[in-house]
Design a binder for this molecule. Structure first.
Ligand code: 5AD
Ligand code: SF4
Length: 453
């Protein structure tokens, strides 16, 4: 679940533990990769997790067995994120380690995919680290050929069964982004928005549900900008909420978020009452510099519609501190907005210049010490609110969807209908519900014990 952090919303690396229907070493007996092993490492957002699932399917089809450690892998795929500078630094660390393993003959081939693969910088990385294959986000299908499969023709979005586990699935409804936020590399590496037809989305979800999926997350960079043949995002969400037993979506843009959608979240039983709506700044001046296309007041109004529609729901956001030109007054306005909106959690980012974005060349760079102080002030504001709001849940009996079964210490991770993360003492299986009373709460997570009944 969301936590307050300066890291990008990074999903845990999903290594499929369940044998695929095609067999865990996959493919036909004469599959080109039979007997070989591959390791996929995923950095960054849910879109990357989803892309990794597509690549996983390809390597399985080619007969590769998936392994968890680099040293056990013939082929290592780094599926990367380019949102902030330290993302590249992190990947460099991995590439260095892989070169060492390759010189020892333990790893044979290395592929770099995802957002860094799509960026110019990938060329110098390829030279420095002798990378065998570099793919961007638009040509991941070329991996198929690399692992010895017949060339695949890519459709813009995959028809993939859910792979987070049998109970949960991510479904991409749109790719790319039509905005040009000053700081953001996404439009460059992911291209313009392409929306998937409604029928195709609904059909995929019907199939997933028939196959046992109990939780569907609709994915895209700006899902609420989705439109297709006169239909808008709310139409799609409503249609999905009729066929899936549990639905969530991420991520949204305040300029596209309709009141109708916010009301639907409150009204429809199958929609998780959790809204992730990135605000980035509380200052109108900064929002303009960032080309966000809305003012803080409009954002506040959206939030009040959401709070009214789903009073028990949870709200999260993204905030950037230290964008070039950000003054103390701008920062104070962000703190005020944090106070007013009472976010339940937030991803807070220190501005990181991305080559090729407008903000990378803007004057008014904010010194690191000031960025750090502002970061901590925003963090404190978020955590105080989150803690206070979470405390209100203590004593409530809630229906909790189990996302991950109990670990050795007996704690399963679940989610309430209000979208709060809960650690719950239960042996219940992932994909099922338990009724539990919330016993305590921290700023990030609630704690519960299954009711003896
Ligand atoms: N610097 C800092 N944060 C960024 N984000 C995107 N680009 C940058 C950048 N250059 C943050 C935004 C976005 C989230 C996914 O990442 O807050 O909403
Ligand atoms: Fe980047 Fe802005 Fe598009 Fe979000 S809306 S992906 S921040 S350009």
């Amino acid at each position: 679940m969301n936590s307050t952090t300066n890291e990008a919303p990074t999903a845990p690396i999903q290594l499929s533990r369940k044998p695929s229907e095609r067999g865990s070493t996959g493919g036909s007996p004469d599959a080109p990769g039979r007997g070989k092993t591959a390791c996929i490492r995923t950095f960054g957002c849910q879109m990357n997790v989803h892309d990794s699932d597509r690549m996983r399917r390809m390597i399985q089809d080619a007969g590769y067995a998936e392994v968890q450690h680099y040293e056990d892998a013939d082929l290592v795929i780094l599926n990367t994120c380019y949102v902030r500078e330290n993302a590249v630094d992190r990947v460099r660390g991995h590439l260095g380690e892989l070169n060492r393993l390759r010189s020892e003959g333990r790893v044979k081939k290395v592929a770099l995919t995802g957002c860094i693969g799509a960026a110019e910088e990938s060329q110098s990385l390829q030279k420095t680290y002798n990378i065998d294959l570099v793919l961007g986000t638009h040509n991941t299908y070329e991996l198929a050929e690399f692992v010895g499969l017949p060339t695949m023709r890519e459709t813009y979005t995959p028809e993939l069964p859910g792979t987070e586990g049998e109970h949960s699935a991510f479904v991409t409804i749109m790719t790319g982004c039509n905005y040009q936020c000053s700081y953001c590399i996404v439009p460059t590496v992911r291209g313009r928005m392409i929306c998937r037809p409604m029928g195709s989305v609904v059909e995929e979800i019907e199939n997933l549900v028939a196959g046992g999926t109990r939780y569907v997350t609709l994915l895209g960079q700006t899902v609420d900008a989705w439109r297709y043949e006169g239909k808008r995002f709310c139409d799609l969400l409503e249609a999905v909420s009729e066929v899936a037993p549990r639905v969530w979506f991420t991520t949204s843009h305040p300029s596209n978020m309709e009141d109708r959608t916010l009301r639907a979240i409150g009204e429809r039983d199958t929609i998780v009452k959790r809204l992730h709506l990135p605000v980035q700044s509380g200052s109108d001046r900064m929002l303009k510099v960032m080309h966000r296309g809305y003012k803080a007041e409009r954002y506040r109004r959206k939030i009040s519609v959401f709070r009214e529609a789903a009073p028990e729901g949870s709200l999260s956001t993204d905030i950037i501190v230290g964008h070039p030109g950000e003054t103390e007054v701008d920062h104070q306005q962000t703190l005020r907005l944090v106070e007013d909106c009472e976010f339940d959690s937030a991803y807070i980012f220190k501005f990181s210049p991305r080559r090729g974005t407008e903000a990378a060349d803007l004057p008014g760079v904010v010194p690191e010490a000031i960025v750090q102080r502002r970061f901590l002030e925003v963090l404190r504001g978020i955590e105080q609110n989150a803690f206070r709001r979470n405390q209100r849940k203590v004593g409530n009996t809630e229906e909790i969807f189990i996302r991950h079964g109990a670990t050795e210490d007996g704690k399963a991770i679940g989610e309430t209908w209000s979208g709060h993360a809960v650690h719950v003492d239960t042996g219940a299986a992932p994909g099922t519900y338990v009724k539990s009373t919330i016993e305590s709460a921290g700023p990030h997570v609630l704690y519960a014990r299954e009711r003896a009944s």
